[in-house]
Design a protein around this ligand. Structure first.
Ligand SMILES: *Cc1c(COP(=O)(O)O)cnc(C)c1O
Length: 391
C-alpha cells in the first residue's frame, strides 16, 4: 500500500480524533522507526514513551513469540504464571505492594481511585489533584486531570474532585480535610510540561495524607519502569505512596497497565469490586516480564540516568546560541526544553529532517528517548535541533 492509500483508509474509516502526521510507520527497530516511503526516523519520543527500551526489543519480541505459542489469554477465573511473575518483579522493585493488572494508564488510575474510595470511609469522597496534571481520558481520570481544556464539552464531570496548583504546599493544606479520600499527583508532570515535583511537596502530601487518614496515589504511568533512571519516579524523593500506577513502558510496546497498593490497602479490593477482562493476560505479562529483565540485564536504569544528564547538558548548551530556549529541565530521560514561544513548527521541521520529538503545553519540547539510546544518537538529535533553530 502507498502512504496515500493508507491515509485514504483512515479518512474514510477511522475516526479523526487524533491530529496525525502524514507518515505511515511500517517498522520500528531500537531508536529508529521507518515509514512506508523508506524514511528512517530517529525516535526521541517512541510511542509517547511506550517503547521505552526501544522499538521491538529482541528479548520482548522473543518472549511474545514464545508465550503466543503456548497461551495468549486466560481469564482471571484462573491463575497464570506470567501474571504472578510480573507482580513479584514489580513488587520487589517498588514498595512491596500487591498488583492489579489492566491495559492502560487511565484504567490503572481508575482502579486507584476506586480502591481509595473502597478503602477509606463513606464520608471520604474527595480527591485532590494538581493543576497541569494528566491522568487519562475516562470520565474519572479526565476529572482528575486538572486542565480545563480537556474538560470542554464534557461537563458535568464526576463530583468530589478538588484542584490545587502543583508544588504549592499552602494551597494543599488549605483544601485538606477529613473528607479527602486521596491525593493523586505525578512525580513529574509529563503532558503538563515536564514539571518536577519538589521533594518538600511530595513529603507534604505524605504528611497531610497521614494526618487526615487519606491515601497518597502517585501516577507513575510515564515516570515508572525506569525512564527517570530509577525504577519509579518516587524513588528520587524519599517518600513512598500508598498506591501507584504504571503503564506506558511496562509492556515494552504491548498494552498493559498496573496498579500497585500496599498490602493492607490492596485487601479492600475484594472479589466483585473491580475487574478487567484482558487485565493481566498471559501475552502482555510475558512481554512485561521480558521488559523488566531486559532493563536489568542491559543496565538500562544506569544508562537512562547517565544519558539523561548528557542530553540535558547538550540541550542546555543550545541555550547560549538560541534565544528561543529558556531552560532545560527533567530527570533521567524525561526531558523538557522550555521555549519562549510555541514549538509545534519546530517539531514538524525536526520530523522532516528525520528526528521525532514532541511539543506539549505549547512551548515545551519533549525529549523522551528510549533507555537504550547512545551518545551518538543524542548528538545527532541535538545537531538536527540546532540546525533547525539556526534556520
Ligand atoms: C499517558 C498517561 C496516562 C494515560 O494513559 P493511557 O494509557 O493513555 O490511558 C495517565 N497518566 C499519565 C501520567 C500519563 O502520562
Amino acid at each position: 500500500m502507498t502512504t496515500q492509500e493508507t491515509i485514504d483508509l483512515f479518512d474514510k474509516y477511522v475516526i479523526a480524533n487524533y491530529p496525525r502526521l502524514p507518515r505511515v510507520i511500517v517498522k520500528g527497530q531500537g531508536c529508529y522507526m521507518f515509514d512506508a516511503d523508506g524514511s528512517k526516523i530517529l525516535d526521541m519520543f517512541p510511542g509517547w514513551a511506550v517503547s521505552a527500551i526501544g522499538h521491538c526489543h529482541p528479548k520482548v519480541v522473543e518472549a511474545i513469540r514464545s508465550q503466543a505459542g503456548r497461551l495468549l489469554h486466560i481469564d482471571n477465573t484462573f491463575y497464570s504464571e506470567p501474571q504472578g511473575k510480573l507482580a513479584r518483579l514489580l513488587s520487589e522493585r517498588a514498595f512491596g505492594g500487591k498488583c492489579f493488572f489492566c491495559n492502560s494508564g487511565a484504567e490503572a488510575n481508575e482502579a486507584a481511585l476506586k480502591l481509595a474510595r473502597l478503602h477509606t470511609s463513606q464520608q471520604k469522597y474527595k480527591f485532590i489533584t494538581a493543576e497541569g496534571s494528566f491522568h487519562g481520558r475516562t470520565f474519572a481520570t479526565l476529572t482528575a486531570t486538572a486542565q480545563p481544556k480537556h474538560h470542554e464539552g464534557l461537563l458535568p464531570l464526576l463530583p468530589g474532585f478538588v484542584y490545587v496548583p502543583f508544588n504549592d504546599i499552602a494551597a494543599l493544606e488549605s483544601v485538606f480535610s477529613d473528607e479527602v479520600a486521596a491525593v493523586m499527583v505525578e512525580p513529574i508532570q509529563g503532558e503538563g510540561g515536564i514539571n518536577i515535583a519538589t521533594e518538600d511537596y511530595l513529603q507534604a502530601i505524605r504528611r497531610l495524607c497521614d494526618e487526615n487518614g487519606a491515601l497518597m496515589i502517585l501516577d507513575e504511568v510515564t515516570t515508572g519502569i525506569g525512564r527517570t533512571g530509577k525504577w519509579f519516579g518516587y524513588q528520587h524523593f524519599g517518600v513512598e505512596p500508598d498506591i501507584m500506577t504504571m503503564a506506558k513502558a511496562l509492556g515494552g510496546g504491548v498494552a498493559i497497565g498496573a496498579m500497585m497498593a500496599k498490602e493492607e490497602i490492596a485487601a479492600s479490593l475484594v472479589p466483585g469490586k473491580h475487574a478487567s477482562t484482558f487485565g493481566g493476560n498471559a501475552l502482555a505479562c510475558a512481554a512485561a516480564v521480558a521488559t523488566i529483565e531486559a532493563i536489568e540485564e542491559e543496565n538500562l536504569l544506569e544508562n537512562a540516568a547517565q544519558l539523561g544528564q548528557y542530553t540535558k547538558d547538550k540541550l542546555g548548551q543550545l541555550k547560549q546560541k538560541h534565544h528561543i530556549i529558556d531552560h532545560v529541565r527533567g530527570i533521567g530521560l524525561m526531558i523538557g526544553v522550555q521555549l519562549t514561544s510555541p514549538g509545534a513548527e519546530i517539531v514538524d521541521k525536526c520530523l522532516e529532517k528525520g528526528l521525532r520529538i514532541n511539543c506539549t503545553n505549547d512551548t515545551v519540547l519533549r525529549f523522551m528517548p528510549p533507555m537504550i539510546v547512545t551518545k551518538s544518537q543524542i548528538d545527532q538529535a541535538v545537531d538536527i535541533l540546532d540546525n533547525i533553530l539556526t534556520e
